[in-house]
Design a protein around this ligand. Structure first.
Ligand code: ADP
Length: 281
Protein backbone atom coordinates (compact mmCIF):
# COMPACT_ATOMS: atom_id res chain seq x y z
CA UNK A 1 0.00 0.00 0.00
CA UNK A 2 1.25 3.45 -0.85
CA UNK A 3 1.57 5.94 2.01
CA UNK A 4 1.11 9.67 1.54
CA UNK A 5 2.06 12.13 4.23
CA UNK A 6 0.61 15.57 3.60
CA UNK A 7 1.62 18.70 5.53
CA UNK A 8 1.81 16.70 8.73
CA UNK A 9 2.43 18.60 11.98
CA UNK A 10 2.67 17.31 15.50
CA UNK A 11 4.11 18.16 18.91
CA UNK A 12 3.80 16.42 22.26
CA UNK A 13 2.66 19.77 23.70
CA UNK A 14 -0.77 20.90 22.61
CA UNK A 15 -0.50 24.66 22.13
CA UNK A 16 2.71 25.05 20.19
CA UNK A 17 2.61 27.25 17.07
CA UNK A 18 2.82 25.19 13.92
CA UNK A 19 6.32 26.32 12.91
CA UNK A 20 7.73 25.32 16.30
CA UNK A 21 6.22 21.83 16.38
CA UNK A 22 8.47 18.76 16.50
CA UNK A 23 7.03 17.53 13.18
CA UNK A 24 6.45 20.57 11.05
CA UNK A 25 4.55 20.44 7.73
CA UNK A 26 6.10 17.20 6.61
CA UNK A 27 5.11 15.90 3.16
CA UNK A 28 6.37 12.83 1.31
CA UNK A 29 5.21 9.64 -0.40
CA UNK A 30 6.31 6.10 0.35
CA UNK A 31 5.89 3.71 -2.56
CA UNK A 32 4.29 0.35 -2.08
CA UNK A 33 6.22 -2.94 -2.06
CA UNK A 34 9.45 -1.14 -1.20
CA UNK A 35 11.71 -1.03 1.82
CA UNK A 36 12.01 2.54 3.05
CA UNK A 37 14.39 3.37 5.87
CA UNK A 38 14.07 6.53 7.94
CA UNK A 39 17.36 7.85 9.28
CA UNK A 40 18.25 10.88 11.39
CA UNK A 41 20.16 11.56 14.59
CA UNK A 42 18.61 10.88 17.99
CA UNK A 43 15.64 13.09 18.78
CA UNK A 44 14.94 14.01 15.16
CA UNK A 45 11.39 12.63 15.36
CA UNK A 46 11.71 9.22 13.67
CA UNK A 47 9.78 7.19 16.24
CA UNK A 48 7.19 9.95 16.54
CA UNK A 49 6.68 9.86 12.78
CA UNK A 50 6.26 6.08 12.81
CA UNK A 51 3.73 6.33 15.63
CA UNK A 52 1.79 8.98 13.68
CA UNK A 53 1.76 6.82 10.55
CA UNK A 54 0.52 3.89 12.59
CA UNK A 55 -2.31 5.88 14.15
CA UNK A 56 -0.89 5.67 17.69
CA UNK A 57 -0.52 9.46 17.79
CA UNK A 58 -2.91 11.95 16.24
CA UNK A 59 -1.69 14.66 13.86
CA UNK A 60 -2.36 18.22 15.01
CA UNK A 61 -2.69 19.24 11.39
CA UNK A 62 -2.21 17.64 8.00
CA UNK A 63 -2.91 14.02 7.21
CA UNK A 64 -1.55 10.59 6.40
CA UNK A 65 -3.21 8.46 3.73
CA UNK A 66 -2.56 4.71 3.86
CA UNK A 67 -4.57 2.79 1.28
CA UNK A 68 -8.20 3.73 1.96
CA UNK A 69 -7.42 5.15 5.39
CA UNK A 70 -6.98 8.80 6.21
CA UNK A 71 -5.37 9.62 9.54
CA UNK A 72 -5.94 13.23 10.56
CA UNK A 73 -6.80 15.03 13.78
CA UNK A 74 -10.39 13.78 13.67
CA UNK A 75 -9.99 10.22 12.53
CA UNK A 76 -9.05 7.36 14.75
CA UNK A 77 -8.07 4.11 13.09
CA UNK A 78 -10.07 0.93 13.64
CA UNK A 79 -9.44 -2.82 13.96
CA UNK A 80 -9.45 -3.30 10.18
CA UNK A 81 -6.62 -0.76 9.87
CA UNK A 82 -4.54 -2.65 12.42
CA UNK A 83 -5.08 -5.86 10.46
CA UNK A 84 -3.45 -4.20 7.46
CA UNK A 85 -0.70 -2.33 9.28
CA UNK A 86 1.73 -3.98 11.72
CA UNK A 87 4.01 -2.11 14.12
CA UNK A 88 7.12 -3.54 15.74
CA UNK A 89 7.99 -1.41 18.75
CA UNK A 90 11.54 -0.54 19.70
CA UNK A 91 11.15 -2.28 23.07
CA UNK A 92 8.77 -5.18 22.35
CA UNK A 93 9.20 -6.70 25.82
CA UNK A 94 7.10 -3.82 27.15
CA UNK A 95 4.19 -5.18 25.11
CA UNK A 96 4.37 -8.81 26.32
CA UNK A 97 1.81 -9.96 28.82
CA UNK A 98 1.22 -13.66 28.20
CA UNK A 99 2.83 -16.61 29.96
CA UNK A 100 4.03 -18.43 26.83
CA UNK A 101 5.35 -17.51 23.39
CA UNK A 102 2.48 -19.50 21.86
CA UNK A 103 -0.16 -17.46 23.70
CA UNK A 104 1.68 -14.22 23.00
CA UNK A 105 1.80 -14.79 19.23
CA UNK A 106 -1.70 -16.32 19.14
CA UNK A 107 -3.22 -13.42 21.05
CA UNK A 108 -2.67 -10.99 18.22
CA UNK A 109 -5.04 -13.03 16.01
CA UNK A 110 -7.69 -13.78 18.65
CA UNK A 111 -9.71 -10.83 17.43
CA UNK A 112 -9.76 -12.36 13.92
CA UNK A 113 -11.48 -15.50 15.23
CA UNK A 114 -9.57 -18.27 13.49
CA UNK A 115 -10.43 -21.89 14.27
CA UNK A 116 -8.16 -23.48 16.92
CA UNK A 117 -6.30 -25.69 14.40
CA UNK A 118 -5.82 -22.79 12.04
CA UNK A 119 -4.48 -20.61 14.84
CA UNK A 120 -1.97 -23.26 15.99
CA UNK A 121 -0.74 -23.71 12.44
CA UNK A 122 -0.33 -19.98 11.95
CA UNK A 123 1.56 -19.54 15.23
CA UNK A 124 4.07 -22.22 14.18
CA UNK A 125 4.46 -20.75 10.69
CA UNK A 126 5.02 -17.25 12.03
CA UNK A 127 7.60 -18.55 14.51
CA UNK A 128 9.42 -20.43 11.76
CA UNK A 129 9.39 -17.37 9.53
CA UNK A 130 11.43 -15.44 12.11
CA UNK A 131 13.82 -18.36 12.57
CA UNK A 132 12.59 -19.84 15.87
CA UNK A 133 11.53 -23.49 16.17
CA UNK A 134 8.66 -25.19 18.05
CA UNK A 135 10.74 -25.50 21.22
CA UNK A 136 9.97 -21.82 21.87
CA UNK A 137 6.20 -22.32 21.99
CA UNK A 138 5.98 -23.07 25.72
CA UNK A 139 8.74 -20.65 26.80
CA UNK A 140 7.94 -17.61 28.90
CA UNK A 141 8.58 -14.61 26.58
CA UNK A 142 10.14 -12.61 29.40
CA UNK A 143 12.90 -15.20 29.87
CA UNK A 144 14.09 -14.86 26.26
CA UNK A 145 17.08 -12.84 25.08
CA UNK A 146 16.41 -9.39 23.63
CA UNK A 147 16.98 -10.67 20.12
CA UNK A 148 14.58 -13.60 20.65
CA UNK A 149 11.99 -11.24 22.15
CA UNK A 150 12.14 -9.05 19.08
CA UNK A 151 11.72 -12.11 16.87
CA UNK A 152 8.65 -13.20 18.88
CA UNK A 153 7.21 -9.69 18.62
CA UNK A 154 7.76 -9.75 14.86
CA UNK A 155 6.11 -13.18 14.61
CA UNK A 156 3.07 -11.84 16.46
CA UNK A 157 2.73 -9.26 13.69
CA UNK A 158 3.50 -11.51 10.72
CA UNK A 159 0.87 -14.02 11.85
CA UNK A 160 -1.95 -11.74 10.69
CA UNK A 161 -0.22 -10.93 7.42
CA UNK A 162 -0.42 -7.11 7.32
CA UNK A 163 0.30 -5.32 4.03
CA UNK A 164 2.41 -2.62 5.69
CA UNK A 165 5.09 -3.17 8.34
CA UNK A 166 6.51 -0.42 10.52
CA UNK A 167 9.70 -1.57 12.26
CA UNK A 168 11.35 0.64 14.86
CA UNK A 169 15.05 -0.28 15.19
CA UNK A 170 14.37 -3.99 14.57
CA UNK A 171 18.00 -5.17 14.65
CA UNK A 172 19.43 -3.51 17.76
CA UNK A 173 21.64 -6.06 19.51
CA UNK A 174 21.66 -8.47 16.55
CA UNK A 175 24.98 -10.16 15.75
CA UNK A 176 26.08 -10.75 12.13
CA UNK A 177 24.32 -14.12 11.96
CA UNK A 178 21.00 -12.64 13.16
CA UNK A 179 21.36 -9.73 10.78
CA UNK A 180 21.90 -12.12 7.89
CA UNK A 181 18.72 -14.04 8.63
CA UNK A 182 16.79 -10.81 9.22
CA UNK A 183 18.02 -9.54 5.86
CA UNK A 184 16.77 -12.72 4.18
CA UNK A 185 13.43 -12.39 5.93
CA UNK A 186 12.69 -8.82 4.94
CA UNK A 187 13.81 -9.40 1.35
CA UNK A 188 11.41 -12.34 1.26
CA UNK A 189 8.61 -10.29 2.83
CA UNK A 190 9.07 -7.71 0.14
CA UNK A 191 9.51 -9.99 -2.89
CA UNK A 192 7.27 -12.91 -2.13
CA UNK A 193 4.64 -11.34 0.11
CA UNK A 194 4.69 -7.83 -1.43
CA UNK A 195 4.88 -5.99 1.84
CA UNK A 196 5.57 -2.31 2.13
CA UNK A 197 8.20 -1.99 4.84
CA UNK A 198 9.07 1.21 6.67
CA UNK A 199 11.93 0.96 9.11
CA UNK A 200 13.82 3.23 11.46
CA UNK A 201 17.46 2.20 11.86
CA UNK A 202 20.81 3.61 12.93
CA UNK A 203 22.77 0.80 11.33
CA UNK A 204 23.93 2.53 8.14
CA UNK A 205 26.21 -0.32 6.98
CA UNK A 206 23.37 -2.79 7.35
CA UNK A 207 20.57 -0.77 5.74
CA UNK A 208 22.84 -0.14 2.77
CA UNK A 209 22.36 -3.83 1.94
CA UNK A 210 18.61 -3.72 1.46
CA UNK A 211 17.03 -0.23 1.55
CA UNK A 212 15.25 0.83 -1.63
CA UNK A 213 14.51 4.32 -0.40
CA UNK A 214 16.03 6.44 2.35
CA UNK A 215 14.25 9.27 4.04
CA UNK A 216 16.40 11.64 6.09
CA UNK A 217 14.88 13.54 9.00
CA UNK A 218 16.48 16.31 11.02
CA UNK A 219 14.60 18.21 13.72
CA UNK A 220 11.29 16.89 12.40
CA UNK A 221 12.01 18.14 8.89
CA UNK A 222 12.56 16.13 5.75
CA UNK A 223 16.12 16.82 4.59
CA UNK A 224 16.13 14.54 1.59
CA UNK A 225 14.49 11.41 0.19
CA UNK A 226 15.57 9.16 -2.63
CA UNK A 227 17.20 5.87 -3.51
CA UNK A 228 20.12 4.98 -1.27
CA UNK A 229 22.80 6.08 -3.73
CA UNK A 230 21.18 9.45 -4.33
CA UNK A 231 20.99 10.05 -0.60
CA UNK A 232 24.35 8.64 0.43
CA UNK A 233 26.32 10.41 -2.27
CA UNK A 234 25.52 13.62 -0.38
CA UNK A 235 28.19 12.73 2.17
CA UNK A 236 28.90 16.32 3.22
CA UNK A 237 25.26 17.12 3.79
CA UNK A 238 24.83 13.96 5.83
CA UNK A 239 27.85 14.90 7.97
CA UNK A 240 26.39 18.35 8.63
CA UNK A 241 23.37 16.75 10.28
CA UNK A 242 25.41 14.25 12.27
CA UNK A 243 25.08 11.22 9.99
CA UNK A 244 27.68 9.03 8.31
CA UNK A 245 27.35 7.22 5.00
CA UNK A 246 28.29 3.56 4.32
CA UNK A 247 32.04 2.88 4.15
CA UNK A 248 31.89 1.63 0.56
CA UNK A 249 30.24 4.89 -0.52
CA UNK A 250 32.81 6.90 1.46
CA UNK A 251 35.52 5.01 -0.39
CA UNK A 252 34.00 5.65 -3.84
CA UNK A 253 33.58 9.33 -2.97
CA UNK A 254 37.21 9.52 -1.84
CA UNK A 255 38.51 7.97 -5.06
CA UNK A 256 36.44 10.48 -7.02
CA UNK A 257 37.67 13.39 -4.90
CA UNK A 258 41.36 12.41 -4.99
CA UNK A 259 41.66 10.79 -8.43
CA UNK A 260 38.73 12.30 -10.32
CA UNK A 261 37.62 8.77 -11.22
CA UNK A 262 34.09 7.51 -10.73
CA UNK A 263 34.25 3.86 -9.70
CA UNK A 264 30.54 3.79 -8.96
CA UNK A 265 28.57 2.71 -5.92
CA UNK A 266 28.38 -0.93 -5.01
CA UNK A 267 26.46 -2.98 -2.45
CA UNK A 268 28.97 -5.80 -2.25
CA UNK A 269 32.65 -5.41 -1.45
CA UNK A 270 33.59 -8.00 -4.13
CA UNK A 271 32.00 -5.88 -6.85
CA UNK A 272 33.85 -2.83 -5.58
CA UNK A 273 37.17 -4.70 -5.65
CA UNK A 274 36.49 -5.77 -9.26
CA UNK A 275 35.83 -2.14 -10.21
CA UNK A 276 39.07 -0.99 -8.60
CA UNK A 277 41.00 -3.81 -10.27
CA UNK A 278 39.61 -2.76 -13.65
CA UNK A 279 40.52 0.84 -12.88
CA UNK A 280 44.07 0.07 -11.79
CA UNK A 281 44.70 -2.11 -14.88
P1 ADP B 1 14.01 9.74 17.36
O1 ADP B 1 13.19 8.50 17.15
O2 ADP B 1 14.46 10.36 16.08
O3 ADP B 1 15.15 9.54 18.31
P2 ADP B 1 11.71 10.68 18.84
O4 ADP B 1 10.55 10.73 17.92
O5 ADP B 1 11.81 9.51 19.77
O6 ADP B 1 13.06 10.86 18.00
O7 ADP B 1 11.72 11.99 19.75
C1 ADP B 1 11.67 13.29 19.20
C2 ADP B 1 11.59 14.30 20.34
O8 ADP B 1 10.34 14.15 21.02
C3 ADP B 1 12.67 14.13 21.38
O9 ADP B 1 13.07 15.42 21.80
C4 ADP B 1 11.99 13.39 22.51
O10 ADP B 1 12.54 13.73 23.74
C5 ADP B 1 10.55 13.91 22.41
N1 ADP B 1 9.58 12.89 22.85
C6 ADP B 1 9.51 11.61 22.44
N2 ADP B 1 8.48 10.96 23.02
C7 ADP B 1 7.88 11.85 23.84
C8 ADP B 1 6.74 11.81 24.72
N3 ADP B 1 6.04 10.70 24.87
N4 ADP B 1 6.42 12.94 25.40
C9 ADP B 1 7.14 14.09 25.24
N5 ADP B 1 8.21 14.20 24.42
C10 ADP B 1 8.58 13.12 23.73
Amino acid sequence: MEIKVDKLSFDYQKDIPIEKRLINKLSFTIEQDKITVIIGKNGSGKTTLLELMNGLLKPQSGKIIIGDYVIDKKNTVDKEFHKKVGFLFQFPEEQFFHSTVEKEIGFSVDQFQYRVNEKEKRVKEALLLVGLNDSYLKRDPLTLSNVEMRKVALASILIYNPKVLFLDEPTVGFDEENKKSFLKLIKRLKKRYHKTIIMVSHDIEFIHKFADEILVLDNGKLITQGDKYEVFKQEKRMKEIGLTVPKMIQFSNLVYEKKGKKIGYRDEINDLIKDIYRYVK
